[in-house]
Design a protein around this ligand. Structure first.
Ligand SMILES: Nc1ncnc2c1ncn2[C@@H]1O[C@H](COP(=O)(O)OP(=O)(O)O)[C@@H](O)[C@H]1O
Ligand SMILES: [Mg+2]
Length: 319
């Protein structure tokens, strides 16, 4: 299952993504997990309690290797240069799982206290003017487009702030999108904006309130978010301690907050994946990108990369 954390900057996306991952990692049995930090400001590793000196290679640095691996021997994608962030998988492509042992994961996935983590990499000065962050986040989009996962497995993506993700098809890649929302008008404003885009693409959004202090905060969220409000996380001493470098066990999280994490997992577990829709949107965004910029660069119509008879899913993994 592919899960995103989105919301206004500072709302708590990284904090909640880390808590959710740590909660899942502590379950018995621990499910297959992959955390992906796709934010410009790379904080997920730290929120999971990583020692920064152990940073590993990033997705952004490995974009060519990612393309080489994923294109496999797909006859429609004959070189890594030909592959753009939206190039869909087809027959011959290599698909990845959440916890399989593949050369890509060996390169850039590391273990952070029981959570397997991949990071996009920070926006470097050298990116300015030549590329936007979206080309790095493109590595995440490619990976998710080629990822076949199932129930009881979780890829959790900490996304960039606000509505930036709509610049690509990335926001449509998820089975569940958790929108983190503080009890403030600005945060609710981001929720409304997100819903506008999400509705057009049938994106399943569940709101998780955060930094809730009292009943007034709850009433505010209920009033503005209504039935989309799945639950909320209170302003947490556990989280504040982590900010001071004191990472406490997830079992020490306030019980009400832990219950919300359970409810989040239950929501994800109840969702049925729709691979035909998933792939249809992969293709749709590829065709948009092709027309918008990539055909001009490639000097041909990249619609020729679409394998018309292919749909990824559990069956396509058996190759
Ligand atoms: N439930 C919470 N209780 C206390 N502090 C929180 C809580 N959630 C987030 N914070 C704090 O708010 C700040 C922003 O959170 P962060 O997760 O980095 O936001 P985002 O990733 O959305 O930008 C951090 O200092 C974090 O520790
Ligand atoms: Mg963040």
């Amino acid at each position: 299952m592919k899960i995103a954390f989105v919301g206004k900057g500072g709302s708590g996306k990284t904090t909640l993504a880390a808590l959710f991952l740590r909660h899942l990692a502590a379950e018995t049995p621990a499910p297959p997990l992959l955390g992906i930090d796709a934010d410009i400001n790379q904080h997920l590793a730290a929120a999971l309690g990583a020692d920064e000196s152990t940073a590993s290679p990033t997705l952004g640095e490995n974009l060519t290797a990612i393309k080489e691996h994923l294109r496999g021997d797909n006859p429609l994608v004959t070189s890594a240069e030909d592959m753009i962030k939206t190039t869909p998988p087809g027959r011959g492509s290599r698909l990845v799982g959440i916890a399989d042992d593949n050369p890509l994961y060996r390169r850039f996935v590391r273990d952070v206290h029981g959570v397997r983590l991949a990071a996009t990499g920070p926006f470097a000065d050298s990116d300015l003017g030549v590329a936007c962050y979206h080309s790095k986040v493109g590595a995440v989009e490619l990976l998710l487009n080629h990822m076949v996962d199932g129930k009881g497995e979780y890829a959790v993506v900490d996304m960039t702030a606000g509505a930036d993700s709509f610049a690509s098809g990335l926001f449509t890649r998820f089975d569940v999108t958790f929108l983190v929302c503080e009890p403030t008008l600005r945060s609710v404003g981001v929720y409304r904006q997100y819903l506008g885009y999400a509705r057009d693409f049938d994106v399943r959004v569940a709101v998780v309130g955060n930094k809730v202090v009292d009943q007034d905060d709850v009433a505010f969220l209920q009033q503005h978010v209504g039935a989309d409000l799945l639950g909320w996380i209170g302003r947490s001493d556990h989280v504040r301690a982590a900010e001071r470098g004191d990472i406490r066990p997830i079992a020490a999280l306030e019980p009400g907050n832990r219950d919300t994490l359970r409810r989040m997992r239950a929501l994800v577990d109840g969702v049925d994946q729709d691979w035909a829709k998933f792939h249809r949107q992969t293709v749709e965004f590829h065709l948009r990108n092709a027309v918008a910029w990539a055909n001009g660069r490639a000097g041909r119509d990249l619609a020729d990369q679409v394998d018309p008879d292919f749909v990824p899913g559990p069956v396509s993994l058996t190759r």
